[in-house]
Design a protein around this ligand. Structure first.
Ligand code: H79
Length: 579
């Protein structure tokens, strides 16, 4: 993703072994949210409390002394470190990140500097992290700790919300010195090698404060990574938002932390489990964009990972056993856009086509310039797939055709390997897809900004941001092969504001023809995979394409909705063939 760098890289340069090597190869990790909130399990005084389980102290306004009483009920007699680690391993996950301390301030390990911890304050009285560290070592899984460095709701001088900008006035330094720094030292000295510290919500921390924590980690464990949410861009890699799915591939090192249902910490009433198909889609989609998938489980206070999580992770593991080669150690797709049939990753001169939809006839891929040496399924490596490739010189158009077996080998995602004779070489311009669609996304557009004062930027997710000037516009050059009539859909996404905003009058021009219309939220779709990020699609008209070749399409903002400031959050312009 263009404007972002991997901040730790320069600082790490010169080392012989890249400390990010294992993390890049891993691609898939387990997040574990476990704490006093797991005892409350989404209920307070018999009432169900909405939203995130681990936020119950805030959401139900629970005073500190009452919340602390939960510790007396924390007795995870069913906790079995080997079972949790075994599940992660079975799922094909390579690292575990567990909440050593979440925002509630309760340490889930034996913390000498605090009595507000699992050993001193609970009847269980044992250090679960010791057991997890041993089980991880045995299984070859990297153990990592989540540590809420800024927010600590048991410490009035620490950050009290993700947005808190005043903590430094209230005495954040004191909290850092008394609790945060000593606890980080404990975590980095009591449990052997730690893969990474997953910092979160840096809030009002200064650069000097972020750097101090980063240097502390590095001094105690030089190979230990720190997450991007340490703040001020001094992490080793960057975090996308919680559950965030970018629309485009990432440059640099990225990770998306994500939930299986809607909460991180266990909630009895949250039964909104994503299906195994959706979870596998997310894994494959993120890998195709070069993003690690850190998938969460929220064990109960008894120490049990909920059964719906277990069945789904095992299902993912069955897929990974056959198809893991397409995920581990791979890089993002060489195509600058995604395909409707599935996703692509690459490694060592191979492309992995991960098919979410099995084609009825031939499988067609446009825009790959390489020669394919051979093709086969990961589910059956011995059986070669017939490949045919052609190149139309006049249009500079490359077409690949595969004769796949009539039935998909996998019910979720089937992987076809293309062995290339050289490094992947792909036409970087938008191009009509095998199914006839043309998808034009802002990150592939030329952004025209005669009105410099109102610059259009792109969000991390690849959506236009700050598009409020009617003088600024986007255009694309794209290749098309199939003449005919096309429906013009304008797709909006959630920009910086919480909802999809609409009511913008837009005009789409191609050659001498143009169509114009008002964006509306009538067709808001929430993909079950990206369920927290709604999109709304509006059909604004029809345009014709007379002959194959390169075309230019432009979109202008004609008028903003009344009283609206957020601008047009454009996700794409879609040309859909009308048959
Ligand atoms: O640990 C998980 C979350 O608890 C944590 N990050 C993941 C990995 C997180 N901390 N802060 N945030 C996420 C920002 C989210 C704020 C919200 Fe809310 C919590 C939105 C809804 C609940 C704060 C309280 C804003 C609205 C109500």
């Amino acid at each position: 993703m263009s404007s972002r760098k991997a901040p730790g890289k320069a600082r790490r340069a010169g080392r012989r072994v890249d400390p990010l090597k294992w993390w890049r190869e891993a691609r898939f990790g387990m997040f574990i949210h476990w704490g006093l909130y797991s005892v409350a399990a989404g209920y307070w005084r018999g009432e169900p409390i909405p939203r995130l389980g681990e936020w119950i102290k805030k959401h139900a306004n629970i005073p500190q002394d009452e919340y602390a009483q939960l510790a007396k009920q924390f007795n995870p007699t069913k906790f079995n470190a080997a079972r949790w680690v075994g599940l992660a391993k079975q799922a094909g996950m390579k690292y575990i990140v567990i909440t050593a301390k979440h925002h509630d301030g309760f340490a889930m390990y034996d913390s000498p500097c605090s009595e507000y911890d699992i050993v001193d304050a609970t009847p269980f009285g044992r250090d679960v992290m010791k057991q997890l560290a041993a089980a991880c070592r045995k299984a070859g899984i990297r153990l990592c700790f989540y540590y809420s460095q800024f927010q600590d709701w048991a410490e009035p001088s620490a950050g009290q919300s993700a947005e808190d900008q005043d903590a430094n006035k209230r005495g954040l330094e004191g909290y850092l010195r008394r609790k945060c720094i000593p606890q980080l030292k404990e975590l980095l000295t009591q449990y052997g090698p730690v893969g990474l510290i997953w910092f979160d919500t840096p809030g009002g921390m200064t650069l000097a404060q972020s750097l101090r924590l980063r240097r502390l980690v590095q001094r105690l464990q030089p190979a230990c990574l720190v997450s991007g949410r340490i703040g001020n861009e001094v992490g080793d890699y960057a975090s996308l938002g919680d559950n965030q799915i970018p629309r485009r591939g990432a440059e640099g090192d990225w990770e998306t932390p994500a939930t299986i249902n809607d909460t991180w910490g266990f909630k009895r009433q949250d039964h909104n489990w994503k299906s195994a198909a959706t979870l596998l889609y997310l894994l494959v989609d993120l890998a195709s964009k070069g993003v690690n998938y850190l998938l969460n489980v929220g064990p109960t206070a008894a120490g049990v990972i909920p059964a719906p999580s277990v069945t789904r992770l095992r299902e993912m593991g069955r897929w990974m056993k056959v198809n893991g080669e397409a995920i581990y150690g791979t890089a993002a797709s060489p195509f600058p856009y995604t395909h409707r049939w599935g996703r692509i990753t690459q490694k060592d001169g191979k492309l992995y086509l991960m098919l979410l939809r099995w084609p009825r006839g031939k499988f067609i891929l446009h825009g790959l310039r390489n020669k394919v040496r051979r093709a086969y399924l990961l589910a059956d490596r011995r059986k070669m797939i017939a490949v045919s490739q052609r190149h139309d010189r006049k249009l500079d158009h490359h077409v690949l055709e595969l004769s796949l077996p009539s039935r998909a080998p996998d019910k979720y995602v089937s992987v076809v390997v293309l062995e290339l004779t050289a490094r992947p070489n792909v036409d970087q311009r938008p191009i009509q897809q095998g199914d006839g669609r043309i998808s034009l996304q802002p990150h592939l557009a030329t952004i025209h900004m005669p009105d410099k004062a109102a610059a259009i930027r792109l969000t991390r997710g690849g959506v236009t941001d700050g598009w409020v000037s009617t003088r600024n516009w986007l255009s694309w050059q794209f290749k098309v092969f199939r003449p005919g009539a096309y429906r013009v859909d304008v797709v909006m996404a959630r920009g910086r504001s919480k909802n999809v905003t609409y009511g913008h009058k837009v005009k789409v021009t191609m050659g001498a023809a143009s169509v114009q219309g008002l964006t509306s939220a009538k067709k808001v779709s929430i993909d079950p995979a990206t369920r927290y990020f709604p999109e709304a699609s509006t059909t604004i008209g029809k345009l014709g394409i007379e002959k194959p070749g390169t075309r230019t399409l432009a979109i202008h903002l004609v008028k903003l909705p009344k009283g609206e400031k957020p601008g047009l959050a454009l996700a794409s312009v879609e040309l859909v063939p009308l048959k």
